[in-house]
Design a protein around this ligand. Structure first.
Ligand SMILES: Cc1ncc(COP(=O)(O)O)c(C=O)c1O
Length: 407
């Protein structure tokens, strides 16, 4: 497959930054949007815009049809059994908060354990901390092996015990590039009757995802990390687990009947979507899912891994003192590193002057950073429109940075 052709689908990539051709390596934060998604948003607002589920007029019918078609598309994208298992959210963070707030209080008691891993993003830690404070439940963390960034699966049985009432894990680490064996983890949890949540923020647009094959109860993703617009995401919930869950937020759209004192709710997923949803976002996400499937998610995954391995190898042979984080093999297209005696923010600032967009900081993984004994790392994260030539140029820029700081 000639990936350089796909670059032309992304108008934003064709520009210079600080006089240099843009190299966009901040895809773990958000991906760029192909023209088909941009066109689709424009066409929705120019032709069909109206509120959903309320009006009887033509535009409202069109908007509702488009919104519900996006839900059906998301169900197919994840191989959910039904569109009723798809809740539209603002993104992964809101999806996890929805589970913590709607499922959590009814299902957790003081002393129960919530199992997470040490490589979770803050959005898969903080909602559980808030829930733990409300219920008296406690958090447990499956350890990460150190700089190699793997989960310590040899000790899984010590952590995944019958006191655990939920196991929530990231599929792909946004700072280490680790791809976790979610099928195995969910299977092990299911054998003990423990519900599971998969944070698919970094995997959804990057590889084949099948919620039935994974066997999870919940899976959360963000549209903006998979070529879709910002402000839209999906929470998959297995129908049996969603049905008895109380609402997350109250308001319009989610009710059957309201009196002054009491209300009754719609069935899932509408019960969890209070207020006017991000209709154009869902429509744009539909286009993004079509676009990704036309490219082929298996091919995207293979290309990601090629770019990740290529960058890792190049950096491992870098002439200079460099510390690399994450697994040596089988990594996703995310590489975190530190140049000795150069702060990650300095690396990112100077790289930006050369047209290379990186990220430096704790990547919303502060507990993991502390465990690894660092405050921050610099991170390059790739997507299918990136090339090995760009990686070569980025490594050259790192050489210049090293010289510049005399490291
Ligand atoms: C692994 C992981 N989980 C969750 C999130 C949160 O995603 P969002 O900010 O789109 O809700 C991110 C974002 O970087 C992430 O990388």
């Amino acid at each position: 497959m000639d990936w350089s052709v796909t670059r032309a689908d992304f108008p934003i990539l064709d520009q210079k930054v600080h006089g240099q051709p843009l190299i966009y390596f901040d895809n773990a934060a958000t991906t760029q949007k192909p023209r088909v998604v941009l066109d689709c948003l424009r066409s929705y607002y120019e032709r069909d815009n109206a509120n959903v589920h309320r009006g009887i007029h033509e535009l409202s019918n069109r908007a509702t049809t488009a919104f519900e078609a996006a839900r059906a598309r998301a169900a197919r994208f994840l191989n959910a059994r039904s569109a009723d298992e798809i809740i539209f959210t603002r993104g992964t963070t809101e999806g996890i908060n929805l589970v913590a707030n709607a499922w959590g209080p009814k299902n957790l008691r003081a002393g129960d354990k919530i199992l997470l891993t040490e490589m979770e993003h803050h959005s898969n830690i903080v909602p559980w901390q808030l829930l733990a404070a409300r219920t008296g439940a406690e958090l447990r963390f499956l350890p990460v092996t150190g700089d190699t960034g793997l989960l310590d699966l040899n000790h899984l049985d010590d952590y995944l015990t019958k006191e655990v009432k939920l196991f929530a894990m990231t599929h792909i680490s946004n700072s280490l590039g680790t791809i976790n064996p979610v099928i195995e983890l969910c299977t092990r949890a299911r054998k003990l009757g423990i519900p599971t949540l998969v944070d698919a923020a970094q995997s959804a647009g990057h590889r084949h995802l099948d919620v039935q094959e994974i066997g999870c109860d919940f899976l959360a993703l963000s549209g903006h990390k998979m070529c879709g617009p910002t402000g839209i995401g999906v929470l998959y919930g297995r129908q049996e687990i969603l049905e008895p869950m109380p609402p997350f937020q109250g308001g319009g759209e989610m009710i059957l009947n309201v009196s002054f004192q009491k209300s009754t709710w719609k069935h899932a997923p509408h019960r969890f979507e209070a207020g006017t949803p991000d209709i154009s976002g869902a429509v744009g996400l539909h286009a993004a899912m079509d676009y990704l499937d036309n490219l082929g998610r298996q091919k995207i995954a293979a290309h990601d891994q090629e770019l990740g391995a290529y960058a890792y190898e190049k950096l491992a042979r870098f002439k200079g003192d460099i510390r690399l984080f994450g697994p040596h093999i089988g990594r996703a297209g995310v590489v975190s590193f530190l140049l000795k005696d150069v702060h990650a923010h300095d690396v990112v600032t100077v790289a930006d002057q050369r047209g290379v967009a990186l990220r430096g900081g704790h990547h919303c993984n502060q507990p993991l950073m502390h465990k690894l004994g660092v405050e921050s790392t610099a991170r390059a994260s790739f997507y299918f429109y990136n090339t090995t030539q760009e990686i070569d140029r980025f490594v050259g820029v790192l050489g210049e940075i090293q010289k510049f700081f005399g490291a």
